[in-house]
Design a protein around this ligand. Structure first.
Ligand SMILES: N[C@@H](CCC(=O)N[C@@H](CS)C(=O)NCC(=O)O)C(=O)O
Length: 316
């Protein structure tokens, strides 16, 4: 079983009291998967990580008049969504890996764990709760399998999505495609002003990243600061929430993988805190860090800073 979910529950059984003696130990609720016990907890006291094929059983409770089965029925699952689905990530496929059975009806998202463009699509898939419908296929870009270019994407790039016997590419198109063509919460507002602003912000993504990279290359010292000022301004446009369009949306997803990389690099190499004097950006980062669906896609930031240092010729 590869996915895990954090599960919490409450019990409406008014006669239940926390066990205080060994006699009461059987009031524990046990969690089992494929008949093996994998965890247990006290009603209304527990948050437990369990496989997603979880079943719940309540053992008879000697200190409660409520029969075990009823007890179990009264326990209400407050949520699969308490903290999103936590996946065990598959290993990256390399030049020696076999290709998946392409166009067999499975929807596959080809990514690289280090790729910010791919991360956008991965976050979208997670935020829509599509972990079971869209299978992640990570590719090792440093040791890419030949079949990836031949069978999947002639451009030899990630991300791409295999869906309905077609391969679709381009991260910004893919996040919109997934949002519109799959189930799950909508990640794009209906409000026309917000949609218009979202399109402006999608268009600005390349210019934003190019400006920051220009500073990283040492070409234009102030370009990164100006780009982050634009972000601060954009985050100030709607005041019904801390995100670009007020509420969380595809726009946040488009920027998050880049801001996540730029921030520690600027801090370490240029001694610059991007949140200084930018309270909206500070609060956006804080809010994003609460989003478990996003957090699960974050790459090893230390390794990333080292890769950027190499790429931009920074020693030490
Ligand atoms: N514009 C594309 C960019 C995708 C892209 O550049 N992906 C990189 C990895 S981060 C890649 O696959 N590079 C492989 C290569 O260029 O050979 C998108 O938004 O999806």
């Amino acid at each position: 079983m590869s996915s895990f979910l954090q599960f919490s529950f409450s019990c409406q059984c008014s006669s239940w009291t926390p066990p205080t003696s060994s006699k009461c130990v059987s009031s524990l609720i046990s969690f089992s998967s494929n008949s093996s016990l994998i965890g247990y907890g006290y009603p209304a006291r527990s948050t437990i990580f369990t496989p997603s094929s979880l079943q719940i059983r309540a053992a008879p409770c000697f200190c409660s008049p409520v029969p075990a089965r009823e007890f179990c029925a009264r326990a209400s699952l407050s949520s699969k969504v308490a903290a999103g689905v936590k996946e065990v990530l598959p290993p990256s496929l390399t030049s020696t890996s076999d290709p998946p059975p392409v166009f067999d009806g499975t929807t596959r998202l080809y990514i690289a764990y280090i790729c910010p463009f791919a991360q956008r699509v991965w976050i979208t898939r997670n935020c829509k709760g599509l972990q079971d419908q869209i299978k992640l296929v990570p590719i090792d870009l440093q040791d890419r399998p030949a079949w990836f270019k031949e069978k999947i994407n002639p451009a030899n790039k990630v991300p791409c999505l295999e869906h309905n016997n077609e391969i679709k590419v381009e991260s910004l198109d893919l996040i919109k495609y997934i949002d519109s063509n799959f189930e799950g919460p909508s990640l794009f507002p209906g409000d026309s002003d917000k949609r218009e602003f979202a399109e402006e912000l999608f268009l600005y993504t390349d210019s934003f990243t190019n400006s920051v990279f220009a500073t990283f290359r040492g070409e234009e010292k102030d370009k990164a600061a100006a780009a982050f000022d634009e972000i601060e301004k954009a985050l100030s446009k709607f005041n019904d929430g801390p995100f670009f369009l007020g509420q969380f949306s595809l726009v946040d997803i488009a920027y998050a993988p880049f801001i996540e990389r730029f921030s520690p690099y600027l801090q370490e190499v240029m001694n610059t805190d991007i949140t200084e004097g930018r309270p909206k950006l500070a609060s956006w980062i804080k809010e994003m860090e609460k989003n478990e669906n996003y957090i699960q896609t974050r790459s090893d930031l230390k390794g990333m800073v080292e890769r950027y240092k190499k790429r931009f010729g920074v020693s030490g």
